[in-house]
Design a protein around this ligand. Structure first.
Ligand code: NDP
Ligand code: 2IT
Length: 445
């Protein structure tokens, strides 16, 4: 039995029931066998066992009071997965589905994504099963304060630097940071990223994941001689990542014809991104309302990936496992020739197999959505220097980082003679090798 197979069997036994975590581990490990063939000594060094075990998991009670005076109790988490490359870094997710399996998968992915940015950051993820939907600003603030009352002991600009993820944006980061500052009686701005500009935020952070995704797509298209102008695009999600992916795609002359949220999706040949921004960023309401504001839009319930229409590009930007094998086959039938992940693990492992078998271009999230965390690291740099770069400066750096991630993929394809569409193996090998090198060099065991 190979080293990888043995470790996969062991983790399946040990972490039974953590289906998302097992999925992420299996996806990564199965694609990096070339590294372990070249380095048989890694088995004795326990490299894989060390990679898949979080360095530390913090779980805590978050009790807070709602607007009716009712005490509520949620569960809070921080998974500090791997700090070999720098302070733990990764978002906080507030969503009722949050559990340890989901945060461990997100933390695990984050480690290799952060390695690909080439910036000095380790990987972490955290959050709560708190549901921000329908809560007043006061309730959100009280929850964030209760969450920080425990988390503040475990984070710091050189220790662990959380940011946003699903359900956590500038509003939540503001409440979290405000309370951290009071608890510590110190303004360590670099302790959280995704802050508002007024108190240490970075220009472009809001747009960074979506823009970065499109910068990666531009690189892929250039390398494979594909003209993007006029291409038809569907995007799942209509949150932070989806909105700025759509904005950049439109700016590049592509035709965004569909977007979705957790309830349904809109199809519109002349999609109005300003209306989507207004509905999601300002009113925090359902996409359903789009059709009452835009006469040419259509709204349907369910998943956008179950709908039949012609498109060449799909940008999954909502959540994990949105696309299973059946949906992947439908996408191919609809003419999709490029899938780039803005979300973390939106495609199941079977869906990824379908893309690879069809030899379409597929950008895995840990490469294509790294622009968000990369810009967070740029925010940390600005905080350390106590100065702010202009929009153009940050955007320029973001473009360079995404180009560099694409180049790392090409280098791995070259070194290991991978097919020119196999960004999955290429990104995993590049990310994993860096973390292994750092761990071994520092003599950890
Ligand atoms: P947001 O909370 O801003 O938006 C999430 C979007 O996904 C919303 O439109 C939401 O719908 C929709 N959604 C949630 N659950 C489902 C579901 N089960 N089916 C379909 N749609 C769903 O989150 P972000 O945009 O920040 O994050 C989206 C993805 O991108 C996540 O996977 C996240 O981990 C990843 N990511 C985020 C980064 C960031 O910087 N924010 C960086 C890198 C990756 P509704 O409005 O109805 O709730
Ligand atoms: O999944 C991700 O990369 C994020 N949610 C962003 C993390 C960060 O620290 O900016």
């Amino acid at each position: 039995m190979s080293y990888i197979t043995r470790v996969l069997e062991e983790v399946k036994q040990k972490d039974q029931g953590q289906s998302e975590f097992l999925q992420a581990v299996s996806e990564v490990l199965k694609s990096v066998d070339v590294i372990f063939k070249q380095h048989p000594e890694y088995e004795r060094m326990g490299v894989l066992e060390r990679l898949i075990e979080p360095e530390r998991i913090i779980m805590f009670k978050v009790s807070w009071i709602d607007d009716q005076g009712q005490v509520k109790v949620n569960r809070g988490y921080r998974v500090q997965f791997n700090g070999a490359l720098g302070p733990y870094k990764g978002g906080l997710r507030f969503h009722p589905s949050v559990n340890l399996s989901i945060l461990k998968f997100l933390g695990f992915e984050q480690v290799f994504k952060n390695a690909l940015t080439t910036l000095p950051i380790g990987g972490a993820k955290g959050g709560s099963d708190f549901d921000p939907k329908g809560k007043s600003d006061q309730e959100i603030m009280r929850f964030c304060q209760a969450f920080m009352l425990e988390l503040y002991r475990h984070i710091g600009p050189d220790v662990d630097v959380p940011a946003g993820d699903m359900g956590v944006g500038a509003r939540e980061i503001g409440y979290l940071y405000g309370y951290y500052r009071r608890l510590r009686n110190a303004s360590h701005r670099g302790v959280l990223t995704g802050k508002a500009l007024l108190y240490g935020g970075s220009l472009v952070r809001k747009e960074a994941t979506g823009y970065g995704l499109m910068y990666f797509v531009l690189e892929m298209a250039k390398h494979h001689n594909i003209e993007l102008k006029g291409k038809r695009v569907i995007i799942s999600g209509s949150g932070n990542v989806a909105i700025y992916a759509a904005e950049k795609a439109l700016e590049c002359g592509m035709k965004v014809i569909g977007m979705s949220d957790s309830k349904g999706y809109i199809i519109d040949e002349d999609l109005d991104i300003h209306v989507i921004k207004e509905l999601k960023e300002v009113k925090r309401t359902s996409l359903k309302e789009y059709v009452s504001l835009v006469s040419h839009g259509q709204y349907f319930e369910g998943s956008i990936y179950d709908y039949d229409l012609e498109y060449e590009i799909a940008l999954p930007c909502a959540t994990q496992n949105e696309i299973d094998e059946k949906r992947a086959l439908k996408m191919l039938k609809n003419g999709c020739m490029l899938v780039a992940e803005g979300a973390n693990m939106p495609s199941s492992n079977e869906a990824i197999e379908c893309y690879l078998n069809a030899k379409i271009l597929f950008a895995p999230g840990k490469a294509s959505n790294a622009g968000g965390v990369a810009t967070s690291a740029l925010e940390m740099s600005q905080n350390s220097m106590r100065l702010s770069w202009t929009f153009e400066e940050v955007d320029q750096k973001l473009q360079m980082i995404m180009k560099n991630i694409h180049q790392q993929c090409l280098d791995m394809m070259d070194r290991y003679q991978l097919e020119s569409y196999n960004y999955v193996k290429a990104a995993n090998i590049a990310g994993v090798q860096k973390v292994i090198d750092a761990m071994i060099t520092m003599g950890e065991y």
